[in-house]
Design a protein around this ligand. Structure first.
Ligand code: HGY
Ligand code: MN
Ligand code: MN
Length: 417
C-alpha cells in the first residue's frame, strides 16, 4: 500500500509544542523541568496537552487512572473500530530534559495534524495517549498508568498507592482533576507505536538516525533497609560496629563489580538515606533503592539472587538486620516483529540510516505489548544523556523520527476522504 502523498509532517509545530511543554515545570535553579506525576506542574502539562488535543478536534477521554486519550475518528463505513494508538508520557523525573515521553505524545498529535491538514481521515481511528506516572518517581511502579491499562495492576491497588511523600495516588489524581470515568483498557488498540529518544549512546556513536526497537530489557526495583546501631564515631572500635552506612556503601561497590562481571546487567543505587545522618554518629539505619536491568530474564534473576546473597553475608558480617521490599519486577519484552519490519521499511524508504536495537529504558510500550502488537522508534540522544537537563536531540533528527512514525501510520491506515 502506498504511503498517502498528502500526509505532510508539520515539523515546526511539533518542535514548538515540545519547546512550550518543556517550559512547564521549568526549574531555573537546577535547570531542566520537573513535572513529577500528579503534581501541580504535571497538571499544567496535562491541561496544555488536552488543549492541543481539542484544537485538533479530537475526542478527548480520561480514564480512572488518569491516562489521557485523544482520538481522531475513522472515515465513515470503516469496519474495525479498534484504533491505531500512538502513546508515551508527559510526566518527568526531577530536573528532566524536555523530550523523554513528551516527544512521542506530541509526535502523535503531529500525525493527527497531518490528517487534518490533508482533509482526509484514516481507515481506522488514531488515538494519541499520554499515560499516567510512567517515571515512577513519586509512586511505584513506573509505567503505572499503562500497566493498569493493560490489566497488569489492579485499579484500586494503584489508586491506593502511597507516594514517597506520603500522599495517596487516588487523592492526588482527584485533586488535579484527572480522575476520569473511562474504565482503563476500554479503548482496545489494534496496534501501538511509541516514538522516543534513545536515552543512550548507541545511535549517536554509530551515526545512525533511526532505532528500530525490537525488545526491551527486564527491570527489577527493590527498596533495601539496613538496621544497625548508632554509636560514637570516635570511641567505637571498628570490630564493634554495626554500621548500616558501611553495609549500604558496600552494596553499591559490589553491585558495580556484579554488573561489570556480567557484562549485560546494569545496577543502580539511585536513592540512599542514612539515619541519624550526623557527621560523628555511626549510622543506625540506611535505606536505599536498587535498580537492576538485563535483556535476559535468567541473567536478571541471577543478579537478583546474587544481591540477596550479598545482603545476607553483609548482615552476618556486620551484625545488622536487612529487609527488602520489591517495588517493580518486569520481565524483558519482545515487540511485534511485523511492526518492527514496517518501521525498518519506512526508515529505508525515507533514506534514514537505521539499526535494530534493544531499549535500555522502560517504556509504556512494554505494557501495551501485553494487549496489542507494539513497537518503538528511537532517535539519537546527544552524548547518550537523558533524565538530565542536558538531554538533547537535534531538530532535524526529531523531525526525521516523526516522519518515520507518520509514514508507518500512513501505510498501516489506508486513506478515506
Ligand atoms: O525507569 C525507566 O526506565 C523509565 O524511565 N521509567
Ligand atoms: Mn520515557
Ligand atoms: Mn524516563
Amino acid at each position: 500500500m502506498n504511503a498517502p502523498r498528502q500526509l505532510q509532517l508539520d515539523g515546526p509545530t511539533l518542535l514548538q509544542q515540545i519547546q512550550v511543554l518543556g517550559q512547564v515545570g521549568a526549574d531555573a535553579a537546577h535547570g531542566g523541568r520537573t513535572r513529577i506525576a500528579l503534581s501541580d506542574a504535571e497538571k499544567a502539562g496535562r491541561d496544555l496537552l488536552v488543549g492541543w488535543m481539542r484544537e485538533l478536534a479530537l475526542d478527548v477521554q480520561v480514564d480512572r487512572i488518569g491516562n489521557i486519550f485523544g482520538t481522531l475518528g475513522a472515515a465513515a463505513g470503516q469496519g474495525d473500530p479498534r484504533p491505531l494508538m500512538i502513546g508515551s508520557h508527559i510526566d518527568t523525573v526531577t530536573n528532566a530534559g524536555a523530550l523523554d515521553g513528551c516527544y512521542g505524545v506530541l509526535a502523535g498529535l503531529a500525525v493527527v495534524r497531518a490528517y487534518r491538514a490533508a482533509g482526509v481521515l484514516p481507515a481506522r481511528p488514531i488515538t494519541v495517549a499520554a499515560f499516567t506516572n510512567e517515571e515512577g518517581v513519586r509512586y511505584q511502579p513506573d509505567m503505572m498508568g499503562s500497566l493498569v491499562y493493560a490489566g497488569g495492576l489492579g485499579l484500586e491497588q494503584a489508586l491506593d498507592t502511597q507516594g514517597t511523600d506520603g500522599t495517596r495516588l487516588g487523592d492526588e489524581l482527584a485533586r488535579i482533576g484527572y480522575a476520569g470515568t473511562l474504565e482503563p483498557g476500554a479503548i482496545v488498540p489494534h496496534e501501538y507505536l511509541e516514538l522516543h529518544i534513545e536515552q543512550g549512546p548507541i545511535l549517536e556513536a554509530e551515526g545512525t538516525l533511526i532505532g528500530v526497537v525490537e525488545n526491551l530489557q527486564g527491570i527489577s526495583w527493590q527498596q533495601v533497609q539496613v538496621q544497625g546501631n548508632a554509636n560514637h564515631a570516635g570511641t567505637t572500635p571498628t570490630r564493634l560496629r554495626h554500621d548500616a552506612g558501611y553495609v549500604a556503601s558496600a552494596v553499591v561497590t559490589q553491585l558495580r563489580s556484579l554488573a561489570l562481571a556480567s557484562g549485560t546487567t546494569l545496577a543502580t543505587v539511585g536513592c540512599m538515606q542514612f539515619e541519624p545522618n550526623v557527621i560523628n554518629v555511626i549510622p543506625r539505619k540506611a535505606r536505599f533503592t536498587v535498580d537492576l536491568r538485563d535483556p535476559d530474564e535468567a541473567r536478571l534473576a541471577s543478579a537478583e539472587q546474587r544481591l540477596a546473597e550479598l545482603l545476607a553475608s553483609l548482615a552476618e558480617q556486620e551484625g545488622v538486620t536487612i529487609s527488602t521490599e520489591r517495588l517493580v519486577r518486569f520481565a524483558p519484552v519482545t515487540f511485534d516483529a511485523g511492526l518492527a519490519d514496517e518501521i525498518e521499511a519506512s526508515a529505508k524508504r525515507l533514506g534514514f540510516s537505521h539499526r535494530r536495537m534493544t531499549s535500555g529504558a522502560g517504556h509504556d510500550a512494554q505494557m501495551i505489548a501485553r494487549i496489542a502488537p507494539a513497537a518503538m522508534i528511537f532517535v539519537p540522544s546527544r552524548g547518550g544523556i537523558s533524565h538530565n537537563p542536558r538531554e538533547h536531540t537535534d531538530d532535524a533528527q526529531l523531525i526525521q523520527g516523526a516522519q518515520v512514525l507518520l509514514d508507518v501510520v500512513g501505510r498501516r491506515l489506508a486513506l478515506a476522504c
